[in-house]
Design a protein around this ligand. Sequence first.
Ligand code: PRP
Ligand code: HPA
Length: 180
Amino acid sequence: PLSVNQYLRQHIRTVPDWPAPGVQFRDITPLLQDPKVFRVLIDAFVHRYMDKALRPDVVAGLDARGFILGAVVAYELNVGFVPIRKKGKLPFTTVEETYELEYGSATVELHTDAVKAGDRVLLIDDLIATGGTMMAGKKLLEKLGATVTEGAAIVDLPELGGSQRLRDAGLPLYTLVDFA
Ligand code: PRP
Ligand code: HPA
């Protein structure tokens, strides 16, 4: 019998040389497209975070694929969902965090009233590569006094060192599929 992790791995599509030559892009859209697979995926997260000790007060999702997962997981946990967006998209007052990319930098924002001091937040994205995006999300939530109890993603690319860097920074991680 296939484990949940093996089952999900079979439904991730690898696209060679996208968006640039030499990149093996791990495309999670097939997981969302098939209703049976989508349910197995969401239930893997919901099952973990329903547990009393791990149940968050709020789910925060990272732009853009973290919105798809985070919103559904939050709904199932019966907690609220807050989006962490790329700069210039959120209308109300925000906190922002800039981080380095391979070429250049990126800035993400969070509404200042999205979480309260003391909130326990689950931070969700589809994939961890360098970890820069998830680290920026953690910093934003911490600026507002919240605690990020765990970071969750479908895919980890451990060879890029991001997941190790996040764990070294004190963020526990839960990921479902590793690709070397
Ligand atoms: C991808 C992915 C993560 C991030 C991971 O998003 O969905 O958010 O990169 O990379 P990192 O660990 O090196 O930060 P992308 O920037 O492609 O944005 P999108 O979801 O809007 O396409
Ligand atoms: N897939 C999706 N998002 C990504 C990837 C990938 O392989 N690498 C960096 N961000």
